[in-house]
Design a protein around this ligand. Structure first.
Ligand SMILES: C[S@@+](CC[C@H](N)C(=O)[O-])C[C@H]1O[C@@H](n2cnc3c(N)ncnc32)[C@H](O)[C@@H]1O
Length: 247
């Protein structure tokens, strides 16, 4: 099943990339918009329910604001909430996030299982970043929140890493912008390399489904082909967007 969820204000809800913690709207409004997206994900069978702990999300948000060094990010508060909620609901044992820069996107996913927002116990939460200096900063950031070691960063090419990952990949988050001209087109390469390790019911999240739509054409065709994924929803509540697909 293929759907799009689009909020009326998606194009006017804007963040300043170097002010990651700035409040953009009343909390009630953020909740209403993200709940509406979660309801669509539930309706099409991507999510088994829409329940997550709102207070834990706020505890996670506060810890990231206090402890993370974030030079810039395109993750809006709405997107942070949605990523946290999807992970809290799906509860992936193994989660891999590809192209995580300073780690903010990674922890938006992993924060459902580590740190003050933790609501379940995961096995491995792995962030992959190809630039060693960014991977080091992301690892420093993650260590300030996760003292268990379940969440960690690896400096590697995400295509190679997922291809040799020996266990199931229960949730795959894609945000790499590629190198050598591959740009966001690298999403499909990473997904194809991971696909055989993804069990039925696993979820793939693709950031920038709106502002990189042109580059993601082949990716979107792949996840929207029912022989590859059961359901796929484009969540459009900011100018970045997130395609959420379930196998
Ligand atoms: C634009 S950033 C993502 C930022 C994120 N959207 C945010 O708002 O914080 C994309 C990252 O992907 C990394 N990257 C590019 N190609 C990669 C690859 N093949 N494997 C892993 N990381 C990669 C880049 O070095 C960069 O740090």
């Amino acid at each position: 099943m293929i759907r799009t969820y689009r909020s009326d204000d998606w194009n006017s809800y804007r963040m300043t990339y170097n002010e990651p913690h700035r409040v953009l709207e009343p909390l009630e409004k953020e909740l209403t918009i993200v709940d509406a997206a979660l309801n669509v994900l539930h309706e099409v069978g991507v999510l088994p329910n829409t329940n997550y702990d709102h207070e834990k999300l706020l505890a996670h948000r506060q810890a990231v604001a206090e402890l993370f060094e974030i030079p810039w990010t395109a993750i809006t508060p709405r997107m942070q909430r949605l990523l946290y909620a999807i992970n809290a609901i799906v509860q992936p044992q193994n989660m891999i996030a590809a192209g995580i820069f300073c780690g903010n996107t990674f922890i938006s996913n992993a924060g459902a299982a580590v740190g003050p927002g933790a609501c379940y116990t995961a096995k491995q939460l792995i962030g992959i970043e190809i630039k060693p200096e960014e991977a080091e900063r992301a690892e420093r950031n993650v260590r300030r929140i996760d003292h268990s070691g379940i969440a960690y960063i690896v400096a590697a090419d995400a295509v190679d890493f997922v291809a040799q990952f020996p266990e199931s990949i229960d949730l795959l988050y894609l945000d790499a912008d590629g190198d050598r001209g591959r740009s966001k087109g690298i999403y499909l390469e990473i997904l194809e390399a991971a696909y055989d390790q993804m069990p039925l019911g696993s979820v793939v999240l693709a950031h920038n489904s709106v502002n990189s739509a042109e580059r993601l054409k082949s990716y979107m065709e792949f996840v929207r082909d029912p022989s590859n994924f059961r359901a796929s929803v484009n969540v459009i509540f900011d100018i970045e967007g997130l395609e959420v697909s379930v196998k």
